[in-house]
Design a protein around this ligand. Structure first.
Ligand SMILES: Nc1ncnc2c1ncn2[C@@H]1O[C@H](COP(=O)(O)OP(=O)(O)O)[C@@H](O)[C@H]1O
Ligand code: SF4
Ligand SMILES: [Mg+2]
Length: 333
């Protein structure tokens, strides 16, 4: 672990985001989507915290609430000690230069009518950080940093491949020199052959720009390479969080065990012996989530207590937190 990782740069405490929704064919009933329901975690300066979980478990909502694209229903998001949830839009403005987000779909992030140069320069202009000449120079440097020629500045998003578009979004996110970047499945929409290139680029840029990442993916294989620590989410809550090797070598939560069992092994000998845990059923509805432990409807080792009592996220090994009444390293059958 790098030294600077001890400083907590982002701290989330009991964060909740509920969406009121209309239900039924004619919207005659109302309900509440418990998209995130009491998440707490710290992110250290210079680290990459990987956040994984199945589609619909609340990863994007977590990302959007942290960067204040959504305002929290309750709870706190501290950035360098300042609670962002209490700030007005005006007070948030200077903070927004320090926190950036990269989305899953680069094309919808980029304005189709702007040249690439204008798109990358736009946040610098919006925050009035440089004059036009400086912006031009800076855009060329950013293009070089993301592995593209300066001639890309005159092109338009639709002329570019998905990988090139995501490189542009990365350049745009870095244009105003942020400290913390939330990456919401930045490679999920890209060809598998391009994914590793983008992940390697993001790692290089992390070193160069001294960035802290929250890196989201629905697949453990993707976050394995880039993460220092990994948090596993299930239906709006954190199931387990620990350093990468700790979580792979001493997995404690039955859900993490199931996710890990789905990751193919590079070594064919180990791969042949890999025991897959198949989870029964779909992720339950976030409008009426299961009582007690939210995983109890699919957990292979659930007992009576699991449907009655919510398990707290507890430190079971040094720096290794897990929310399960029966957490153990034993392999599930
Ligand atoms: N704006 C919204 N209004 C209502 N429900 C939403 C909204 N955004 C997300 N949700 C719901 O919140 C839950 C979590 O969604 P999301 O954060 O997008 O999950 P993930 O990114 O892990 O796939 C899902 O049930 C989703 O349908
Ligand atoms: S608390 Fe119970 S249902 Fe939840 S993960 Fe642990 S054993 Fe399974
Ligand atoms: Mg998402």
């Amino acid at each position: 672990m790098r030294k600077e990782q001890n400083e907590v740069i982002v701290s989330i405490k009991d964060l909740k985001k509920h969406f009121p929704v209309k239900l039924g064919a004619f919207g005659e009933r109302s309900g509440i989507v418990h998209a995130i329901d009491g998440i707490s975690m710290d992110i250290h300066r210079g680290e990459t915290l990987g956040l994984v979980g199945e589609s619909g478990c609340g990863k994007s909502t977590t990302a959007f609430v942290i960067v204040q694209l959504y305002r929290a229903t309750s709870g706190f998001v501290f950035f360098k000690g300042v609670d962002l949830t209490k700030l007005s839009e005006r007070e948030l403005r200077p903070m927004r230069t320090k926190i950036q987000i990269i989305f899953q779909d680069p094309y919808s992030t980029l304005n189709p009518r702007m040249t690439i140069g204008e798109s990358i320069g736009e946040p610098i202009r919006a925050h009035k950080l440089m004059n036009n000449k400086e912006i031009k120079q800076h855009v060329f440097e950013l293009l070089k940093d993301v592995g593209l020629k300066s001639s890309f500045a005159n092109r338009y998003a639709h002329e570019l491949s998905g990988g090139q578009q995501q490189r542009i979004c990365i350049a745009r996110a870095l244009a105003i020199n942020p400290e913390f970047v939330v990456c919401d499945e930045p490679v999920s929409a890209l060809d598998v052959s391009v994914q590793a290139q983008i992940i390697n680029l993001m790692q290089d840029l992390q070193e160069k720009y001294k960035l802290t990442y929250l890196f989201i993916a629905h697949n453990l294989a993707v976050v394995r390479h880039i993460s220092d620590r990994i948090a596993v989410m299930y239906l709006g809550r954190i199931a387990e969080i620990a350093e990468k090797n700790e979580i792979f070598d001493h997995t404690l939560h039955p859900y993490t065990k199931a996710l890990l069992s789905a990751v193919p092994e590079a070594d064919p000998k180990i791969e042949r012996q890999r025991h897959r845990i198949i989870l029964e059923g779909d992720v339950p509805d976030a409008i009426s989530p299961p009582s007690g432990c939210r995983f109890h409807t699919r957990c292979p080792i659930a007992k009576e207590k699991c449907s009655q009592e919510i398990p707290d996220l507890e430190e079971k090994r040094p720096g290794h937190y897990v929310a399960c009444h029966y957490a153990s390293e034993e392999k599930e059958k």
